[in-house]
Design a protein around this ligand. Structure first.
Ligand code: ATP
Length: 245
């Protein structure tokens, strides 16, 4: 029992004070679990992540109702860096890495919470253990890497703060099936190392294949939730999200 690591209760979000995009979203991510957040384009998935990480103001959005807690402490009004210090890191949609910096410089940027050189060095070692391919390319300009490698840099950068929970926004977007498989295996490894994951995906088959639980968002509302196994068996989920029917 006990409270989830990350909890949203009845969260409403508006953009520019007029566009109501989230209409009362509640969801829980228990410590150490993978939770999938699924939904069509425009359902509000990215907005959920922005609400959690304090990035709404950058998009002229704000939370108008509800609460967001990390470990039972409200983070609704906390600035993004302080949320990272409390153990929550995010990989944004479209892998926004620093294209003009090297792989290692990108990773170092994610280590801004490290208090000592030793902690930073340890973080780099952990990242290279998880992504051996990046070690060989540590001095390469990140912008020259393949899409899959760039996604790994983005994930590695987020892991530098040793988060207890990682938010991933469509990590498989635009990647070849083989690379999607690598990303999936990586998310499982991250989970096995004890980090919880909130996984936003349009690839419902991949997400439900590795998640413990899932939520389906439509027009800013959760229309279904349950264990990943239950959701994968659900007729509507199969028809609309798994391409079956
Ligand atoms: P996608 O998979 O396409 O990213 P999504 O489920 O992540 O979709 P959001 O990006 O959260 O959806 O967008 C939800 C709705 O909010 C959309 O209708 C979008 O047009 C709208 N929206 C997003 N950002 C803004 C903004 N800054 N101002 C006004 N409306 C916005």
């Amino acid at each position: 029992g006990g409270a989830a690591l990350l909890s949203l209760r009845n969260v409403e979000v508006v953009y520019s004070d007029v566009v109501l995009v989230l209409r009362g979203v509640s969801l829980d991510v228990p410590a150490g679990q993978i939770v999938a957040l699924l939904g069509a384009n425009g359902a509000g998935k990215t907005t959920v992540l922005r609400a959690i990480t304090g990035l709404l103001p950058l998009h002229r959005g704000r939370v108008t109702k509800g609460s967001i807690t990390l470990d039972g402490t409200a983070i609704d009004d906390a600035p993004a860096p302080s949320i990272v210090r409390r153990g929550l890191a995010q990989v944004m949609e479209g892998r926004r890495i620093f294209a003009d910096l090297t792989v290692e410089e990108n990773l170092r940027a994610g280590g801004f919470t490290c208090r000592t050189r030793a902690a930073l060095a340890e973080g780099l070692e952990r990242a290279y253990a998880l992504f051996p391919a990046l070690k060989d390319r540590r001095s390469q300009m990140a912008g020259y890497l393949s899409g899959g490698e760039q996604q790994m840099v983005a994930i590695g950068r987020a892991l530098m703060s040793q988060p207890r929970i990682l938010l991933l926004d469509e990590p498989s977007l635009g990647l070849a099936p083989k690379i999607v498989g690598e990303i999936r295996d990586l998310i499982v490894k991250i989970h096995e190392s004890g980090t919880a994951v909130l996984l936003v995906e349009q690839n419902a088959a991949m997400a439900l294949g590795i998640a413990h639980a899932g939520y389906i968002l439509e027009h800013g509302k959760v229309v279904r939730d349950g264990s990943a196994a239950e959701l994968a068996k659900d007729k509507d989920v199969q028809e609309f999200y798994l391409g079956g029917g």
